[in-house]
Write a protein that binds this ligand. Structure first.
Ligand SMILES: Nc1nc2c(ncn2[C@@H]2O[C@H](COP(=O)(O)OP(=O)(O)OP(=O)(O)O)[C@@H](O)[C@H]2O)c(=O)[nH]1
Length: 582
């Protein structure tokens, strides 16, 4: 039967399946807190950057758009106010023209102050234009009243509008004032009446009641929006029309009512920074051409810019959506990018768990992961080398390079266990160099060392590669043979060892004749290491006792040596039995 071929040592499982590493890495990572993971941090960073960018871009765009929309809305308001101002201008001009036509009629009919009452009453349409029309003579005394002939006698000679009408001899629109006759806030249209020589004999004064519903309704009809309110102030700041009736004829200061005071800044304009009541408001205004009046509107900003609120809402929603998408994208991207790192982690974990194949490191990547892989590979390589060195030092005899006693103590029980499982025999050869002490004494310790080295070399050459040679101590060696087919083969093994030592040992210039005694124990039954070593030691003693330079085979359990054989001759069995008795 052919000898079994040299069996290779146990092959460490190659961990080359990348998916295994990824799975291991993912498992390890998922065990870690998501919120402290690198992936979460990078995803959060990406999402934050997108959020900042989205809010920044949207915010700046919307602020610019808001500012432009403010201007646009303000321009719309001023344009609407221009229409309102033109309407009021036209209305006042119409009223002035009505009174002018009365004056022209008086001139053409050559009427005097006494004819004014009748003249007024002959024009019933005047009641539609004015709340009342009165006439004063040139001294300012009331001479007639369309509404009430018996109106109380008053004098208006000191009133600015009266004096101006006399001076200019033309139509004048007064500043708002409280009427002495009606006690109500009014604005008057004064029209001088002149005779043929050009002398003013009377002044017609048509009153516009500022609280009269017809006037307020007429003004309110000029509004273009439901929100906010429209108001009119005179150029001296006196309120002519305002939804708060109590303000009419007052002159609120800019501190008290900034919205009412703002239109005094110029002939037309707008401001969006006015606090009207407690409401931030847009105030726009336009001055009339025909009177010293300014018509203005005040709108709460939230109403004026209501469309912007939905734009802001939509923009922030879009920013949030983009951020969420960026977060998910970042998460996936980092997951893909991190795969090499996770694989690397799997390899490191596997090596830490005992896998020895460091070739699993993927060192081909050109990126940072490749650099890290190469660094870890070098680290693992030197770590493995250090571990191998340590193991070799712990299991190898430093002088001869064979296994040492520690390794032998581990190996022999393992070989016996294997033999028990397979049912095959194991043989242990126990060797001792004959009279080694005399080599040391005669040629020096260094020569002794050289003999030990050469002896070990020859011994390893005399056994199979599957057999294990170890130096136990001093000049004692041991060989463990596995798969031995019986005592016959054990004899061959012993003879082969003796033959290997036949040639002289060359130590320096000296050729030494070195012999050894070999005790072989062979067993095919379950036993322990101590028992078989004792059996081999028993055989060795037999050889020593028989004169050395020989071998003996002891079949374990037979309790006697099968044979003791010298180099060229058999040694009688009786000597050994004598030793056994002793
Ligand atoms: N040179 C050298 N000598 C060693 C070493 N270890 C032990 N020795 C010596 O080896 C000798 C062993 O001698 P023994 O085995 O006791 O006796 P022996 O001279 O071989 O005689 P027998 O065994 O009866 O044939 C001792 O003198 C030890 O000092 C070593 O590493 N190198």
């Amino acid at each position: 039967m052919p000898r079994a071929a040299c069996r290779p040592g146990p092959i460490p499982r190659r961990i080359t399946d990348r998916r295994v590493f990824v799975r291991q890495g993912v498992a390890v990572l998922s065990a870690a807190s998501h919120f402290t993971s690198f992936r979460f941090k990078v995803s959060a960073l990406v999402a934050s950057m997108v959020l900042i960018a989205a809010i920044g871009v949207c915010g700046i765009s919307l602020l610019i758009a808001e500012s432009q929309i403010q201007r646009m809305i303000a321009r719309q308001e001023i344009s609407a106010l221009s229409g309102a101002a033109a309407y009021l201008d036209n209305d006042l001009r119409t009223k002035q023209n009505v009174l002018r036509s009365i004056a022209e009629e008086a001139l053409s009919r050559n009427l005097g102050a006494r004819d004014v009452q009748a003249l007024l009453e002959s024009h019933p349409g005047l009641r539609d234009e004015f709340v009342n029309i009165v006439a004063f003579d040139a001294r300012g005394d009331l001479v007639s009243s369309l509404k009430n002939r018996r109106d109380k006698v008053i004098n208006v000679s000191t009133r600015p509008y009266f004096q101006e009408a006399l001076r200019t001899r033309d139509s004048v629109i007064s500043a708002p004032f409280r009427s002495v006759l009606s006690g109500r806030p009014v604005v008057s249209v004064a029209q001088p009446l002149s005779d043929a020589r050009g002398n003013v004999f009377a002044v017609l004064v048509g009153g516009l009641d500022l609280l009269r519903p017809a006037f307020a309704a007429q003004v309110e009809a000029l509004r273009t929006r439901e929100q906010g309110y429209l108001f009119i102030i005179a150029n001296d700041g006196t309120v002519i029309h305002h939804p708060r009736k109590e303000l009419i004829l007052t002159q609120p200061s800019a501190d008290e009512m900034p919205a009412v005071a703002a239109p005094l800044a110029g002939p037309e304009g707008w401001r969006a920074d006015i606090l009207d009541g407690k409401e931030p408001s847009l105030v726009a205004w336009k001055r009339l051409r025909h009177a010293d009046w300014t018509v203005a509107v005040s709108y709460p900003l939230r109403d004026a810019f209501a469309p912007m609120a939905s734009v802001w809402f939509n923009a922030l929603g879009a920013a949030g959506l983009f951020t969420a998408m960026a977060g998910i994208f970042g998460w996936g991207l980092v997951k893909v990018l991190m795969e090499p790192l996770e694989a690397l982690q799997g390899v490191v974990e596997s090596i830490d768990a005992g896998a020895t194949d460091i070739s699993a490191f993927n060192v081909d990547h050109a990126d940072e992961f490749g650099v890290l892989s190469r660094a870890l590979y070098r680290l693992s390589h030197s770590r493995k080398q250090a571990a191998d060195d340590l193991h070799r030092l712990a299991t190898t005899d430093v002088l001869t390079g064979t296994h040492n006693r520690r390794m032998f103590d581990q190996f022999l029980p393992a070989a016996l266990a294997r033999a028990r499982r397979s049912g095959e025999s194991v043989a242990v050869a126990f060797l001792d160099i004959d009279r080694f002490k005399s080599i040391n004494d005669g040629h020096g310790h260094a020569a002794g060392d050289a003999v030990l080295v050469e002896f070990a070399r020859r011994l390893q050459g005399a056994v199979r590669c599957t057999d294990t040679v170890a130096r136990l101590a001093g000049d004692e060696f041991v060989v463990v043979y596995e798969q031995v087919r019986g005592a016959g083969e054990a004899h061959q093994l012993g003879g082969r060892i003796l033959a290997a030592m036949e040639a002289p040992f060359q130590v320096g210039d000296t050729a030494l004749h070195v012999t050894a005694s070999v005790g072989i124990a062979i067993t095919s039954m379950p036993t322990n290491a101590d028992a078989i070593m004792q059996s081999a030691d028993y055989a060795l003693y037999g050889v020593k006792a028989s004169g050395r330079n020989g071998y003996a085979v002891n079949v374990f359990g037979a309790e006697k040596l099968a044979s003791v054989r010298g180099h060229e001759e058999f040694v009688s069995r009786g000597v050994v039995q004598e030793r056994a008795k002793a």
